[in-house]
Ligand binder design. Structure first.
Ligand code: ADE
Length: 224
């Protein structure tokens, strides 16, 4: 899968895509990330991408021309499944949306900045508006990184043990059970006996019980 990210701050997230699982996904040829500096698509000698809003309210607004130029250039090369805009008033991102988007081939993510973007971009160029939570970030770059991570890590083959992505919290609307590693006892704090028993069936039953119990306690809304 290929993800094109349009941003005024590529350096903010460049490192993220060259680390850990995202870097591995690229090395394995399972994902490609392309960061596009929106300022490269301005004709203005000051490389401005924003202007004052009509109506005189405070703040700056991202202009339509550089964004249209960048999206058009990308679309002339290939078809895109979605052109996503990161915005706090978008649809809430969740595991289900990550699962659906991980099945796509090509995505564009436009990172919002300043007071907002010229609304005509949202009306005519964007196909999906996504928020990563009910809080306001200074820009959409972190939201783009969060979404790309959640989407790419579940592509089969990206994580070596595929089972581990399937048993994540939120798959099946259940939180993950607790996990432990050696030593079996530390300062008198013991790993639950069942996990040391070697009895596969009892272990799976225990994990499911723990998942249900933790979800009931911590996120009862998921069980509805
Ligand atoms: N840009 C600013 N805040 C955001 C949020 N919560 N989600 C997505 N994009 C954003």
């Amino acid at each position: 899968m290929r993800i094109d990210i349009i941003t005024v701050l590529p350096e903010m997230i460049e490192g993220f895509f060259n680390c850990s699982i995202m870097a591995r996904a690229q090395k394995k040829g399972l994902a490609e990330f392309h960061l596009h500096n929106l300022r490269d698509y301005t004709l203005d000698k000051h490389r401005r991408v924003d202007d004052y809003p009509y109506g005189g309210c405070a703040g700056m607004v991202m202009q339509i021309e550089p964004i249209d130029r960048c999206i058009s250039a990308l679309k002339s090369e290939r078809n895109y499944d979605e052109v996503i805009f990161t915005t706090p008033d978008g649809e809430q991102f969740d595991q289900k949306m990550a699962n659906t988007l991980s099945l796509t081939e090509n995505l564009i993510i436009l990172c919002g900045h300043f007071k907002g973007i010229d609304y005509r971009i949202r009306e005519h160029l964007i196909t999906k508006e996504i928020s990563i939570g009910d809080y306001v970030l200074t820009g959409g770059e972190l939201a783009a990184a969060v979404m790309a991570d959640a989407i790419v890590r579940i592509i089969p083959g990206v994580i070596s043990d595929e089972q581990s992505a399937l048993s994540d919290s939120f798959q099946d609307n259940l939180l993950a059970p607790p996990v432990y590693t050696r030593p079996a006892e530390y300062k008198g704090w013991r790993v639950p006996d069942v996990l040391l028993s070697g009895h596969e069936r009892n272990i799976r039953d225990w994990e499911l019980q723990q998942s249900i119990e933790r979800t009931r306690l911590l996120r009862p809304d998921l069980l509805k």
